[in-house]
Design a protein around this ligand. Structure first.
Ligand SMILES: [Zn+2]
Ligand SMILES: [Zn+2]
Length: 169
């Protein structure tokens, strides 16, 4: 979505309530699907600065990090971004705040929404806290059935003892 700086001539601040389709699939390793993104907020012009703030909500389809099964994931993320009209505006490389330049006199909001969503995602997202994952022995999804495999995890101290016995022969 974009706003032209002339849009502010009709009123300031501008109320935004819109749906945008962002290209989110595979931007994070687990994302396999994405519904349109809903953004509600305001854009306020202050001299040569334009501050856009609001909430972005939507639903992603993620592959579970443990059992690899796709599941729906809802997010709600706060967004606040400052754009600057380069003509007479402050230095865009101001170290304190990240300012984004207007492009052809327009605020381009999609990249900000996209990075806010991606940055909000935890590292390895599971379908539930109780997810049992995949059996390392037979590959069964242990949330669906108990395969009964005993996963061998030998205590390293006993393993050393085992080596001792084996070496006797
Ligand atoms: Zn899972
Ligand atoms: Zn198994």
């Amino acid at each position: 979505m974009e706003l032209h700086k002339n849009d502010f001539l009709k009123g300031n601040p501008i109320t935004i309530d819109t749906n945008v389709q962002l290209d989110l699939v595979k931007r994070h390793i687990q994302i396999v699907g994405a519904s349109p993104v809903h953004f509600t907020g305001t854009a306020t012009k202050m001299a040569h600065l334009y501050v856009v703030e609001g909430d972005v909500t939507g639903e992603l389809t993620l592959d579970c990090a443990r059992c690899l099964t796709p599941f729906p994931y809802h997010y709600q993320v706060m967004v606040k971004e400052t754009f600057v009209d380069a003509e007479g505006g402050p230095d865009v490389q101001d170290g304190e705040t990240d300012y984004f330049p207007l492009i052809e006199d327009k605020i381009q909001l999609d990249p900000s929404l996209q990075s806010a969503i991606l940055l909000s995602l935890p590292q390895a997202i599971r379908c539930s806290d109780q997810c049992q994952g995949i059996c390392p022995e037979c590959g069964t999804n242990r949330n669906e059935k108990n395969c009964g495999c005993v996963v061998k995890r030998v205590d390293p101290r006993w393993a050393a003892l085992g080596d001792l016995f084996n070496n006797k022969e």
